[in-house]
Ligand binder design. Structure first.
Ligand code: PNS
Length: 163
């Protein structure tokens, strides 16, 4: 069975992420969305909230699983029995970082292959960090995130603004 891991922070999940996950689920037997739970100071959502939101969007797919991980990605992959790292490539600017990560992960585990999938051009400029910035200033993020999690993002941003 070809199991791919799609790792990331997903703070929050975007339509760009969703596009890669759904396309990946057609190419591989199973895709595990792996949410990095290493402590990050400026994250908007807790890991549990991120898992909940991703499950809300992807829970209906039989060959997509959502899990959190900490530590090294290659260690998580071994534990999950996965051999492929799936990543999205939005633009050339992503390439340097992804190339470096692919080489590092290969060095850490010879069994792991990184597969880069080109992001749909209509999502090529979307990132979790620009979504956080827009929502912080109460801008419209309707075209950037899955509909099912839109309200949760607005509510969280509103709470954070009041703090
Ligand atoms: O969505 P992001 O924040 O760009 O995702 C980055 C991620 C989670 C893919 C990357 O930070 C990662 O793999 N972290 C786990 C630690 C690790 O294995 N690093 C590689 C060796 S430096």
């Amino acid at each position: 069975m070809r199991i791919a891991v799609y790792p990331g922070s997903f703070d929050p999940l975007t339509l760009g992420h969703l596009d890669i996950i759904l396309r990946g689920a057609k190419v591989f037997d199973k895709v595990i969305v792996a949410v990095l739970s290493n402590i990050q100071k400026n994250s908007l959502f807790t890991v549990e909230e991120r898992l909940g939101m991703i499950n809300k969007v992807l829970g209906k797919y039989d060959n997509i699983e959502v899990r959190s991980f900490e530590g090294l990605l290659v260690d998580f992959m071994e534990e999950a029995g996965a051999g492929i790292i799936l990543k999205g490539l939005r633009a050339v600017s992503d390439f340097d970082y992804e190339l470096q990560m692919a080489h590092i992960n290969k060095e850490l585990s010879k069994d792991v292959e990184t597969v880069l999938m080109m992001t749909n051009p209509k999502y090529s400029y979307i990132s979790s960090s620009n979504i956080k910035q827009i929502v912080h200033f109460n801008g419209d993020i309707t075209n950037f995130v899955p509909e099912e999690i839109l309200d949760e993002i607005y509510i969280k941003a509103e709470r954070k603004r009041r703090k």
